[in-house]
Design a protein around this ligand. Structure first.
Ligand SMILES: [Zn+2]
Length: 239
């Protein structure tokens, strides 16, 4: 493993995380779905049209995922990102494609969840959002405590607009170092973040099991599990 990169307190550092960092905590990706849900095309379930057609089915699917997220624990990769934020403060942020709360539970404060948060629900009528611990999840279709309309999982579905795009673009226009962790770089717009960072002369480091599709934009690639590689690299960068 070779890296001569050094991070100091002034290095504007952006971390982009994807499913791979949560896989190390035992959370499967959509593609890794098995059992009962295998007969469904998950890409067909994660859409508003599917929710309109059969909200009970969609909630059944999400309740299973919610249970798994609640049981999962942040791993060493999440924890090393918290160590980085402690040192870098304002000059650090995480953009995540993940809908779990493992970054927050590791202690990170500056987290942009571009695809939403599975531990919240939003009302389809009054648009209010609620933490799930305020909601009765035993209902087949959980209802809004305020207006009694249907609640939906507060995640960004296929065809919906990712969140925090202005904040993310602002960050990427100032970034010195972009570290991509556990994402294949195939899903836009996240895949384009690497290109924006490169255009702004940032260094790009990637840690992922497989070589990402946007490999040509990456300065250093470290193949392997985030949980094993990131803590070691973070120690070196910050030493
Ligand atoms: Zn409502």
């Amino acid at each position: 493993m070779k890296t001569d990169y050094k991070i100091n307190k002034k290095t504007e550092t952006v971390i982009l995380t994807g499913a791979g960092i949560s896989t190390d905590s035992g959370l499967k990706t959509f593609r890794g779905s098995n059992g009962y849900w295998k007969e469904y095309d998950v890409k067909e379930l994660a859409r508003y049209e599917a929710f309109q057609k059969n909200p009970e089915l969609i909630w059944e699917f999400y309740k299973k995922r919610i249970e798994k997220v609640k049981k999962a624990e942040p791993n060493k990769a999440h924890k090393s990102l918290f160590e980085m934020e402690k040192i870098l403060g304002e000059n650090f942020c995480i953009i995540t494609q993940n809908v779990d709360d493992l970054h927050q539970r590791a202690g990170n404060k500056r987290v942009f969840q571009m695809h939403g948060n599975i531990l919240k629900a939003g009302c389809i009528e009054c648009k209010k959002k609620f933490k799930l611990d305020k909601i009765d999840l035993k209902q087949d279709i959980p209802l809004c405590p305020l207006c009694k309309s249907k609640l939906r999982p507060d995640v960004v579905w296929f065809g919906e607009i990712p969140r925090f795009m202005d904040e993310i673009k602002n960050k990427l226009n100032r970034v010195n170092l972009l570290i991509v962790v556990g994402t294949s770089g195939t899903v836009y717009p996240a895949a384009s973040f690497v290109q924006i960072a490169k255009r702004n002369k940032a260094d790009v480091i990637c840690i992922n099991l497989d070589k990402p599709d946007n490999y040509r934009f990456i300065d250093e690639f470290h193949p392997g599990k985030a949980e094993e590689i990131l803590p070691k690299l973070a120690d070196k960068w910050l030493s």
